[in-house]
Design a protein. Structure first.
Length: 299
């Protein structure tokens, strides 16, 4: 049994396909298949049900996969520990980022991180919170940038900074003339929100105590904050946006931004990892870089 065999087994389980796993591991499919088959023969059990599409682990496969994840995690920790002794920060960091953070934050710290830590290979994926939680638990990513309090048990979150919510209001909406808006004054029939799966949607619904069965003048849900704002621009609706998005709104539309008054009108941005995570030095370097290069983190 080798680390390579365990890594190939994990790749097939994660990708659901031998061909995709081979592509992910930068090897030929016959080579990858042969290594997984050799592992099965050594253990005397079938680990993957190849008759299913996508390929899924057998009962024995699930047991082996759980141990394989821990083994590879420990193996990687050895390399990281030695790198730390040498005073190096090196290795691969697989980072997940939710869609309501990615377009507004990544470009602010990535150049500095790449410059200061040239031996770190940064691999970034945009995904919704439920995908991030699954990816962390199955060791598909090492860390994630999320809204604090949304990942649940088994995930450790380190809060970085506060991100206040604001209303973005159509000039045709009665609340447009207000200098600031109270949550209780929002007509839920005018509120357009993010689609299911986005944690900010859940935060807004909780904040407004909104129920989507409330009859709406115009019902619209999207995975993009920019799309929601464009809908507001051409209707009498309003939406809720995070502070980190404000600087990207054109000057001629800034009048549509209204502060929210009172109550829990913000989210906290956090780095999420598994409670049994490794790559601590790389994640610490990422945290320090964000805190040094994102203005909101310094406030």
């Amino acid at each position: 049994m080798t680390i390579i065999q365990l890594e190939y087994l994990l790749a097939v389980a994660n990708c659901g396909s031998f061909s995709l796993a081979a592509e992910h591991c930068f090897v030929t499919q016959p080579s990858l298949s042969m290594q997984v088959k050799s592992l099965e023969e050594e253990l005397g059990v079938v680990l993957l049900d190849r008759s299913k599409k996508p390929v899924i682990p057998t009962e024995a496969g699930e047991v082996v996969l759980a141990q394989a994840r821990e083994t590879i995690r420990a193996y990687n920790y050895i390399k990281e520990a030695v790198a730390e002794l040498r005073g190096e920060t090196s290795g691969k960091l697989r980072l997940g980022v939710i869609p309501t953070i990615a377009p507004y934050l990544l470009h602010k710290f990535i150049p500095a991180f790449v410059r200061d830590f040239p031996k770190v290979e940064l691999e970034i994926s945009e995904m919704i919170t439920s995908q991030i939680v699954e990816a962390l638990k199955k060791d598909r990513i090492d860390a994630a940038l999320v809204a604090s309090g949304t990942c649940g048990e088994g995930i450790l979150e380190q809060e970085l900074f506060n991100d206040r919510f604001h209303a973005y209001v159509s000039p045709e909406n009665p609340l447009y003339e207000r200098s600031n808006i109270r949550i209780e004054d929002i007509d839920l029939r005018d509120l357009v929100i993010l689609s299911p799966g986005n944690c900010m949607r859940d935060q807004i619904i909780e904040l407004c105590q909104a129920k989507r069965e409330t009859p709406s003048h115009f019902s619209f849900e999207s995975g993009s904050l920019d799309t929601l704002m464009r809908i507001v621009d051409c209707t009498q609706c309003l939406t809720i946006i995070p502070e980190m998005a404000l600087e990207y709104i054109p000057a001629d539309r800034r009048d549509r931004i209204k502060p929210l008054s009172k109550g829990a009108t913000s989210r906290k941005i956090a780095i999420a990892v598994r409670r049994t995570y490794v790559k601590s030095s790389i994640i610490r370097a990422l945290t320090d870089t964000i805190l040094a290069n994102v203005p909101a983190a310094k406030d």
